[in-house]
Ligand binder design. Sequence first.
Ligand code: GAR
Length: 193
Amino acid sequence: MVLLTGNRRIRTAVFISGKGSNLKSLIKFSKTNKSPISVELIISSNSKAKGLNYATIYKIKKNVLNFKNNNLSEKKLLSILKIKNIKLICLAGFMKILSNNFIKKFKGKILNIHPSLLPKYKGLNTHERVLNNKEKYSGCTVHFVNSRLDSGKIILQKKVKISKNETKTSLAKKILAQEHKLYPKAILKVFNL
Ligand code: GAR
């Protein structure tokens, strides 16, 4: 993906629904010299998302859209993204499914992070299913978003070993720590940096 022009950074929106720890790591990364992106907008599908606090902390514009009427919310969203001249979207714990129409409008410009070694364990309750299946390894994946859930081209993955007494919570924590490193790395890779 070649979007870089001169020294200008890619105007990026991060979509969240919850805690926003990946959002925080992306904002921190965006402030480093090597980052090709600048986080200009935070979109949340949940007005109570803790991650919205980072909008205040880092003085970044935010919008909450409830997606109760998907069509209407996406219409509003597209107009907000246009006004803010957003060129890249990073989904970071965003728990809504974007329509094909929306994805087409940002073709090849939406990234997602998922807490499993895709193509294994698409969808929800990943850690629980991984543990129930007695897997030896799990991990996280950054991929391009296409019209099928958690199925777009894989950019980077990180594998983690599952410990003997692993629980859903400990595994989620272990993987999340890797996600915070993987997302920035994947962005550098997307821009051939
Ligand atoms: C992360 O583990 C992310 O991979 C996962 O939600 C968590 C969000 O944490 N995303 C999905 O499950 C999407 N299918 P965060 O809000 O602290 O970044």
